[in-house]
Design a protein around this ligand. Structure first.
Ligand SMILES: Nc1ncnc2c1ncn2[C@@H]1O[C@H](COP(=O)(O)OP(=O)(O)O)[C@@H](O)[C@H]1O
Ligand SMILES: [Mg+2]
Length: 222
């Protein structure tokens, strides 16, 4: 088994006025390539903070995060941005689509980085077809249902074919049927691309469909 993600003794504290708050208190775990793992735990236990650090959007105070063999925690900002663009796709609870752009344009966004080739327009369309939205290319987010918007967000996360997908409560705003369909989609993509998936969820039905569950409490994995 290839280790896709390794998190070793990660701590995160922030200073608020004169106090230092410890949000993560030594988190350690590994994901094998192609695993889908659920991260559960009460609100405020540190799930989003951990996912942000694993995705390279935030820095650990100490500890190591290794994605696809590269330790990302202390990469310079520019190198980290470029690493993230190639290696990590993110899906959020609130979809985070750009309202003035069409579905196709939203999915093309991650490809607008130097060094990508010009066939990427076709690729964005292909990925939208893959998530079942080939007939919605020109629609803006407000013209799509919640489930469709989340599928656009998944297409955007996948378009650069990242080995790792990080999803923060991706079904949190969806009804249970639509949420289940989104998990079907992630499992299908995982089967086809060997994508490794780490997702935070409050939904035990989602966790049951994952390979295993990590439980967080007070900034630690239990
Ligand atoms: N930028 C911040 N400033 C102050 N407190 C924060 C900040 N980010 C997170 N926290 C605190 O850290 C804890 C963990 O938050 P979070 O990672 O969002 O948890 P979860 O996603 O499990 O609900 C919470 O108590 C939250 O209030
Ligand atoms: Mg959260």
């Amino acid at each position: 088994m290839t280790v896709a993600l390794s998190v070793q003794s990660v701590c995160k504290s922030i200073s608020l006025r004169r106090e230092s708050i410890e949000i993560l208190r030594g988190v350690t775990f590994e994901l094998d390539r192609g695993e889908m793992v659920a991260l559960m735990g009460p609100s405020g236990s540190g799930k989003s903070t951990l996912l942000g650090i694993v995705a390279g959007l935030d820095r650990p105070t100490s500890g190591q995060v290794t994605v696809a063999g590269t330790e990302i925690g202390y990469l310079p900002e520019r190198a980290l941005a470029s690493f993230r663009a190639d290696n990590v796709g993110m899906v959020f609870q609130a979809y985070n689509l750009i309202p003035t752009l069409t579905a196709l344009e939203n999915v093309q966004l991650p490809l607008l980085v130097p060094g990508r080739d010009s066939r990427d327009g076709e690729r964005a369309q292909r990925v939208l077809e893959e998530v079942g939205l080939g007939h919605r290319l020109g629609h803006r987010p407000a013209q799509l249902s919640g489930g469709e918007q989340q599928r656009v967000a998944v297409a955007r996360a996948l378009v650069s074919e990242p080995p790792l997908i990080i999803a923060d409560e991706p079904t949190g705003n969806l009804d249970s049927d639509t949420g289940n369909a989104l998990i079907d989609l992630l499992l299908d993509l995982r089967a086809r691309h060997h994508t490794t998936i780490l997702l935070a969820t409050h939904n035990s039905a989602v966790a049951e469909r994952s390979d295993r569950t990590l439980h967080m409490r007070d900034g630690r994995i239990q």
